[in-house]
Ligand binder design. Sequence first.
Ligand code: NAD
Ligand code: MG
Length: 395
Amino acid sequence: MLNTLHSDVTLPRRISVLGATGSIGVSTLDVLQQAGGRERFDVVALTGMGNAALLAEQAKAIGARIAVTADEANLGELTERLAGSGIQAAAGRQALIDAASEPADWVMAGIVGLAGLAPTMAAARAGATVALANKECMVSAGDLFLRETAKAGVTVVPVDSEHSAIHQCLSAEPDHTVERVIITASGGPFRTFTRDAMEGVTPDQAAGHPKWSMGRKISIDSASMFNKGLEMIEARHLFHLAPAQIEVVVHPQSIVHSAVSFTDGSMIAQLGMPDMRTPIAYALAHPSRIAVNVERLDLIKAGRLEFEAPDEARFPALRLAREAMAHGRAAGAVLNGAKEVALEAFMARRIGFLAMADIVERVMAQLAHLPAPQTLDDVHAADAEARARASAIIA
Ligand code: NAD
Ligand code: MG
């Protein structure tokens, strides 16, 4: 049953994967291989940054036309590894945007950070359905991104597991029947730590997510719950919600990926094992589904599903996200830019774990006057300003 050919489902044909070498990218290529691989898809472009060996191997395995490394220093190695394959190698920021602009039917936006915004926007402008893993597009540039994708007439399908869950819960429900969305959070590795104990945690401890296997940055953001804060802002834009409609509930088992409550008292939730290949497959086959070989949820084995209120005193990131939503303007871009600098400083052991939220809060206060970004340049300017302020506080 698991390896059925999906000949009855219409899947996009021309595919690009931005951030192919990352955690989301590797899972995406696995789903594409399971769904028929090079026989079924014309893979246009794969992109990466630091890992030319993996990128070349992926491009050859799926028969990509173009492989781009964002880091020009890796072009030599990439070219060498692709020699004789007929796959075009390219490098640098413009090459990345050019590759993203190549006509495609479906693009995975799997680059981490604000670096993903311009290529994802380029793919949307060129007409591709956007499978959106890169939440920074929504957090830093939500209104602009949605305006541009609407103008281009393309569909954005969320890949973030919580937003995929909400999307699934909402399918076929008219908007005005939605009362609230409930975004679940695992609580991360420090769910039961006291504030004092959180003071001294190391980057390796913070990166050890109890349920999900993800890139290092998003794992640490999960430990601080900044990831959940970003996801609240992401949900607000994606589903056109008022901030008061967004609730976060800690659910340590990570089985219920999110839920929606409706005006008649019903609540619909989406459940599954924590495996990103499920939301990726949903984004690929939507509005249909395809079979993927992931572990099936066994409710009896899962046994107990627990839910608790998040503690905003230990996890101020949630409060900061609410403040950013209430403030609007450039607050999302500022929060994200300051958070990235604080996260890097924590990863380099220059600041403690709890200092990350303090820094973000101070930068948000300093830059409350910045207006809503109207262009990509505005977004990058707000981001740069927030980064500079955060760096100055840390120095
Ligand atoms: P990752 O660090 O594992 O991979 C990131 C990818 O982006 C890699 O291919 C890397 O080479 C590329 N990249 C990094 N910096 C770049 C730059 N400056 N320019 C161009 N390319 C660059 O990250 P990930 O965990 O796969 O996450 C990717 C995105 O998806 C993030 O926005 C994250 O928040 C989101 N997301 C991830 C998961 C998950 O399970 N990993 C779940 C939900 C959402
Ligand atoms: Mg998520």
